[in-house]
Design a binder for this molecule. Structure first.
Ligand SMILES: C[S@@+](CC[C@H](N)C(=O)[O-])C[C@H]1O[C@@H](n2cnc3c(N)ncnc32)[C@H](O)[C@@H]1O
Length: 304
């Protein structure tokens, strides 16, 4: 399965298909590194850059978020909080979109945030950078600067790190309190029977191979151990560049907890078919779906 996060993969790779939104994201190519660089090896490559290139599609993600907010609220959102922001690629994309946009990224890991400052926010203009705030905090306690936002995002499935129901409930309650009137909480999720299989999957990227390794799934408590490895053309490899210990929550479980946290409405957005056995990259509200081998979906949550 391909990383749920669109074409590529993030930590995971549910059905590959569709999230390749490259055709509608001109910025994606605009920000690519110049060609002609030295060949990548395990010794020279930067794991955050490899992850960015292999897994992330923040343009496609923000396309969905921006459009969904406008459809549901009849206006454009301005303030966005990116939970589990890592290197803050999504926050950077948000402030690039419109001059009025403001982003707050929240993550526990200071070195990862610093990489984002050095390699992601540094590519913004000064004016854009001033509209991004990074907070080294637990997402359940974002502080004053993380409140009163139009949108809270929990993408790339990172909330699966909260494995106890009580912790997830605490997080969802905190998110709900953080939303401005009319605000939305948008999360992605993935599943399908391939997501429970102990297997790895390789995908060729420019200059390296991305490996999504589903190391172990425990059906008793639904915990999943996964890893990302990178392989290079010179035969070297970067094993366990990223590892994750998650509980693989289902949409139904998440919606139950969201309702308990007080969200007035939770809607699953399922991806459409392209008519040729693949996916079309368009996510629409759904209450029923096929039992696909692997899938990604969004859950859009309205606080009021
Ligand atoms: C898979 S990375 C996601 C990075 C980025 N959001 C992306 O889309 O690729 C998960 C991130 O979640 C952060 N994290 C895990 N638990 C957290 C928590 N309770 N509060 C804040 N950040 C957390 C980790 O430090 C890590 O940077």
């Amino acid at each position: 399965m391909v990383h749920p996060k669109l074409q590529s993969a993030m930590p995971q790779e549910p059905r590959a298909a569709s999230k390749d939104t490259s055709s509608r994201s001109p910025k994606r190519t605009a920000r690519r590194k110049p060609k002609g660089k030295a060949k990548l090896t395990a010794a020279t490559a930067d794991r955050h850059q490899l992850y960015t290139d292999a897994v992330q599609n923040v343009e496609g993600e923000i396309d969905f978020v921006d459009q969904t907010f406008a459809e549901l609220r009849g206006r454009k959102a301005t303030t966005l909080r990116e939970d589990f922001c890592g290197t803050a690629q999504t926050s950077a994309e948000w402030v690039r979109r419109r001059e009025s946009n403001v982003a707050v990224g929240v993550d526990l890991d200071d070195p990862t945030l610093q990489w984002g400052r050095d390699h992601v926010l540094s590519l913004l203009t000064n004016e854009q950078r001033e509209r991004v705030t990074l907070l080294m905090r637990d997402v359940r306690d974002p502080g004053r600067e993380g409140r009163n936002v139009d949108i809270v995002l929990a993408m790339n499935f990172s909330y699966n790190a909260l494995m106890a129901r009580a912790d997830m409930l605490e997080y969802f309650k905190s998110v709900r309190k953080s939303l401005a009137p009319g605000g939305l909480f948008i999360m992605d999720c993935y599943g399908g029977y391939e997501s429970l299989m102990e297997q790895d999957e390789r995908r060729a990227c420019k200059g390296f191979t991305y490996v999504w390794d589903q190391v172990r799934y425990n059906p008793i408590d639904a915990t999943l151990d996964t890893a990302i490895h990178f392989e290079f053309k010179d035969g070297t490899e970067m094993r366990n560049a990223f590892t994750y210990h998650w509980r693989l929550w289902t949409i139904a479980e998440l919606r139950d907890i969201l309702a308990e946290a007080g969200f007035a409405k939770t809607t699953a957005y399922w991806e459409g078919d392209d008519g040729e056995g693949g996916r079309d990259g368009e996510f629409k509200p759904a209450t029923e779906a096929d039992a696909d081998a692997s899938w990604i979906a969004y859950i859009v949550n309205e606080a009021d």
